[in-house]
Design a protein around this ligand. Structure first.
Ligand code: ADP
Ligand code: MG
Length: 617
């Protein structure tokens, strides 16, 4: 039975730095203010001293965290759904004023208070933030237990699952995890009517992440054409540059280094962030540190926009490079991109706007939407499309996503065999044939990775599975077809099938690629363009390795057929194979040497007996 539900469905931007909630009602989008009266809630959780069960979230929590930094938890989105190893690699944990411990490779936040110790997972902290949002929203509009929550495009499956679990724990039924740029696109398109198909680029630079996407809009659809970004690039990195500058100055002029003092570091972080934000509106500011250094009541450090721009230049340019890469990958001509839409607090920085506009040959950027609210507004629109409340009626807009990272399989040589390339629209289905390497090989194991690197293990391992009972065959003569299918709900199905036979194995992975969830660990995210030289070296190595191992296995197969297993060449093939198989590093020289040696001895026999299955000799 279908039950009419008159509650509102809300949209939530669950940001690294700030959260924002909104809903659509009677043809208008409204930002749902928090109980403090603010449109934006800092993603800050403070555990009160002497009473750790007492939690303050948002603006006041952030203020209290200034006084007692060990008890204030922030930027938890950088940690959610990740292993301890990942977060310690990607985040400079020393800059955080709270304690993060390694609990069997799960990160755990530890708050100590006299004789009490509180341990919370990033997911639990996220739940606390979402509970506050829920309570505040419900104080305004009554029960709000259904929501659309936004996530960065580059969030991987485990990050998405952890976000979903946190939301459910907070009492929400999540109707969709919406990719942030799609939310921006929705809110922007809601405002500006389109007459014809047009392309837009969304540039979203927040506190911790950077997202670019190029979309095509028609009257009732949005097609994502191309996405790119960097999950460890944001306003926080700019703050750190200023912090380093101030620390150096304090060290030099006052012989004081605050880095060992969590409380002062937290205060410094706030001061530097404020100075940075001011410099978007003025050309000079002061960083004021009161009671910071012994015997110096007040230290004033002047800081100008010019200084800041010099510091940030590399980072600003990096974002433009990612934009360039995204435009190139999209194959949409630069001048066909009609709207350049800014989102995220850091997109307020004038220099960034200048560089971005210059890249688009002086084009005026679209600033008609509020950079801090547009994600929540888009989420609100998407939410309304799911709502059965008559006040939330809204025509559906179809959003077609693309996969942001390539999917592929590791072959026996460690090379990534790409099956679905990044930016392929979904749903999609692609297959590839694989062959056995060894004689009479009975199983093939597939490791499915996502990422762009040529060396498979440099990418993110998504799943591992095995097809057994292959019919015995000579090397490379047994074919297995591997099919990757992503349906419109983002469910990835992997199927391996032995050719000419009904030996099939299938697995389904909740990959949530499209509508609910998605991608990758940051280190994988680093696009292959940053690693061209390394990838090329790997490719040369692996090509040579492949040739040599194929040579050995095929020669051995032929020798066996000729009952020549006792022949010295057979032994040589065997040891060479073992040697090359064990080579982990990219040691090309050894491979060259081994190849030369074996060919010199073996080629004459190969020719004499007309060996079969040998590659181009
Ligand atoms: P998130 O998506 O990470 O939650 P926001 O989009 O709200 O965050 O952006 C927060 C970031 O934007 C912070 O690093 C903040 O310092 C920065 N920011 C906000 N306003 C400005 C400004 N006027 N100039 C420069 N940076 C700003
Ligand atoms: Mg954001």
């Amino acid at each position: 039975m279908y039950i009419m539900d008159n509650n509102y469905v809300i949209g939530i931007d669950l940001g690294t730095t700030n959260c924002c909630a909104a809903y659509y009602k009677n043809k208008a989008i409204e930002i749902l203010e928090n109980v403090e009266g603010g449109k934006i809630t800092p993603s800050f959780v403070f555990f009160c001293k002497n009473q750790l069960t007492n939690v303050v979230v948002g603006k006041h929590g952030a203020e209290m965290g200034m006084r007692l930094p060990e008890n204030g938890i922030y930027e938890i989105k950088r940690f959610i759904g990740k292993t301890y190893q990942e977060i310690s690699l990607q985040n400079n944990l020393q800059y955080f004023s709270f304690k993060v411990e390694d609990n069997d490779n799960d990160p755990i936040i530890v708050i100590e208070d006299k004789n009490k110790v509180l341990k919370k997972t990033p997911q639990e902290i996220t739940t606390i933030i979402l509970q506050k949002i829920k309570n505040d929203v419900e104080a305004k509009i009554g029960t709000a237990d259904k929501a659309v929550i936004t996530v960065p495009t580059y969030f991987n499956t485990s990050q998405r699952q952890a976000t979903l679990a946190a939301a459910e724990e907070a009492g929400f039924t999540v109707l969709k995890l919406l990719n942030e740029p799609n939310a921006v696109a929705l809110s922007y398109f809601f405002k500006d009517n389109v007459d014809d198909k047009c392309y837009s680029l969304i540039y979203d630079l927040g506190g911790g992440t950077f997202d670019v996407s190029i979309l095509k809009r028609t009257l009732n659809s949005i097609d994502v054409i191309c996405v790119d970004g960097d999950t460890s690039l944001g306003g926080k990195d700019l703050d750190n540059l200023i912090i380093d500058y101030v620390c150096e100055k304090l060290e030099k002029e006052y012989e004081y280094n605050p880095k060992s003092d969590r409380r002062n570091m937290r205060r410094l972080q706030t001061e530097c962030q404020k100075a940075k934000e001011h410099l978007s509106f003025t050309t000079a500011t002061l960083i004021i540190l009161e009671g910071f250094v012994k015997d110096h009541d007040k230290i004033e450090i002047s800081f100008t926009r010019k200084q800041f721009e010099e510091m940030g230049e590399k980072l600003f340019r990096r974002t433009i490079e990612i934009v360039r890469r995204c435009v190139n990958n999209s194959r949409v001509a630069k001048d066909k991109i009609k709207n350049i839409v800014l989102a995220g607090g850091s997109s307020r920085i004038p220099k960034i706007r200048e560089l971005l506009s210059a890249y688009f040959d002086g084009k005026t950027l679209t600033k008609s939407i509020n950079v801090e609210e547009c994600v929540a507004k888009g989420a609100a629109l998407q939410a309304a499309m799911f709502s059965s409340n008559s006040e939330q009626r809204l025509d559906k807009i179809k959003i077609t996503d693309v996969i942001p990272l390539s999917l592929g399989i590791e072959d026996n040589y460690g090379e990534m065999n790409f099956i679905i390339k990044k930016n392929t629209p979904i749903p999609t289905s692609k297959f590839k044939n694989f062959v056995n390497t060894h004689k009479n090989q009975a199983t093939i194991t597939f490791k499915i990775f996502e990422g762009e690197r040529l060396e498979a293990t440099k990418n993110h391992l998504l799943h591992k599975f095995r097809l057994d009972n292959l019919i015995p065959a000579p090397p490379r003569q047994r074919e297995v077809i591997l099919t990757l299918n992503i349906d419109q709900n983002g469910i990835l199905t992997i199927e391996a099938k032995e050719k000419y036979r009904s030996n099939v194995k299938e697995v389904k992975i909740n990959y949530f690629r499209v509508t609910q969830s998605d991608t990758i660990i940051e280190k994988v995210l680093l696009d292959s363009t940053n690693h061209e030289a390394e990838d090329l070296r790997f490719l040369i190595f692996v090509t040579k390795k492949k040739y040599l191992t194929d040579y050995c296995t095929s020669a051995m197969y032929n020798l066996e057929k000729l009952s020549m297993k006792k022949h010295e060449i057979y032994a040589l093939c065997k040891t060479t194979f073992a040697h090359v198989d064990s080579l982990k590093g990219k040691n090309e020289d050894i491979i060259d040497e081994l190849t030369e040696k074996i060919k010199e001895k073996c080629d004459p026999i190969v020719k004499k007996y007309r060996f079969k299955y040998m590659q181009d000799l």
